[in-house]
Design a protein around this ligand. Structure first.
Ligand code: ADE
Length: 234
């Protein structure tokens, strides 16, 4: 997958691209992430990318032509153009799974009070990362890139996808590692038993209990199946 990010703050992404799983995925050519400075697509003297709003009002509006040129020069046949905005659809794990099937994404990071609405005519999808307003679309873009990249084939062990929190609208079971006991805090006996069937049942039960306790809205959205009811009533 190729992801092109258009931003007025390219430096924002330096650490992100050079750290952990994203770094490794890039090195192993599972994903190519290119950062483009929007100012390079400005044709004005001072690389201007914003101006005052028509009709008056406070603040600045990001101009249409730099975005137009950037998108035009980067877009291919099967590109999905995404604008990060609090007005977009609130991003979830299912969206990440859907986006991970695309070969090419262009992410547009907005700023200031807003953006010339003509840009939206070139956009396939508007994404919000939650109902709050950030200073710009860079952190939202990183969130989308992170969530999508870890789903690409060969980036992390694929078994992890099935047990991800929120896959199938269920939260993940609790995990433990060494030591078995610390200051009286113990690991549940069943996990030390080596009995795989019991461990599997315990994890399914804990996944359900955790979801019911922490995210009852997910149970409402995807009701308990017969099998899940059986596990709970055992
Ligand atoms: N830009 C500013 N706030 C945002 C949000 N919540 N989601 C996506 N982009 C944004």
């Amino acid at each position: 997958m190729i992801i092109d990010i258009i931003t007025i703050f390219p430096n924002f992404f330096n650490q992100f691209l050079e750290t952990s799983i994203i770094k490794r995925a890039r090195e192993n050519q599972k994903v190519e992430i290119n950062i483009h400075d929007l100012r390079e697509y400005s044709e004005s003297k001072h690389n201007q990318v914003d101006d005052t709003p028509y009709g008056g009002g406070v603040g600045m509006v990001m101009m249409f032509p730099p975005f137009y040129r950037a998108i035009k020069s980067l877009k291919k046949e099967n590109t999905k153009v995404i604008f990060l905005t609090p007005q977009g659809k609130v991003f979830n794990q299912n969206d990440a799974v859907l986006l991970s099937d695309f070969k090419h994404l262009i992410l547009l990071c907005g700023h200031y009070e807003g953006l010339d609405a003509r840009v939206l005519e070139l956009v396939d999808m508007e994404i919000s990362i939650g109902d709050y307003v950030l200073t710009g679309g860079e952190i939202p873009a990183m969130i989308v890139v992170d969530a999508v990249t870890r789903l690409l084939p060969g980036v992390i062990m694929e078994e992890s996808h099935q047990t991800d929190s929120l896959s199938n609208d269920r939260l993940k079971y609790p995990q433990y590692t060494k030591p078995e006991e610390f200051e009286g805090y113990k690991v549940p006996d069943v996990l030390l038993s080596g009995h795989h069937k019991n461990i599997d049942e315990y994890r399914k039960l804990m996944s359900l209990k955790t979801t019911i306790d922490k995210r009852p809205d997910l149970i409402e959205k995807t009701p308990l199946t017969k099998e899940e009811l059986k596990i709970l009533n055992k």
